[in-house]
Design a protein. Structure first.
Length: 132
């Protein structure tokens, strides 16, 4: 039991660090593009997500969920599915908040990314990186 708790605690710690790194990539790319271009925010958010995905998958695969018996053939499509679901949630929440509230994009994106991270952790832990 103690080993299970330690493994879960270790996974959550790595998940937080890797998630923060991937979120930083997404956030920096998105905020930079918003400031430097005329690309619509919906597409800016997509570009940020696509830049962050490799950081997220590689980090979670090698560090957060390294104790799970998973193959790349199994975990990559599953994790991509989780990431896409998270991104769709992100996109809906960001665009809705920007439409209905008078809050700057950078604040909305930061709040939404934290909300989506919890959802992503649970699906990654219990499905994406689990063995068959």
């Amino acid at each position: 039991m103690k080993n299970t708790v330690q493994a879960h605690s270790r996974a959550m710690s790595w998940f937080g660090l890797i998630g923060a790194a991937a979120a930083a990539v997404h956030y920096i790319v998105a905020i930079s593009l918003e400031a430097l271009s005329t690309i619509p925010i919906a597409w800016i958010n997509v570009i940020g997500f696509l830049c962050a995905f490799p950081v997220s998958y590689l980090g979670h695969s090698k560090l957060s969920f390294s104790s799970h018996a998973h193959s790349v053939k199994q975990s990559l499509p599953r994790f991509f599915s989780v990431a896409i679901l998270g991104f769709i949630g992100n996109q809906i929440l960001v665009l809705s908040a920007l439409h209905f509230l008078q809050i700057p994009f950078w604040i909305v994106l930061a709040i939404v990314m934290v909300i989506v991270a919890a959802f992503t952790y649970l699906l990654s832990h219990y499905w994406a990186f689990r063995s068959k």
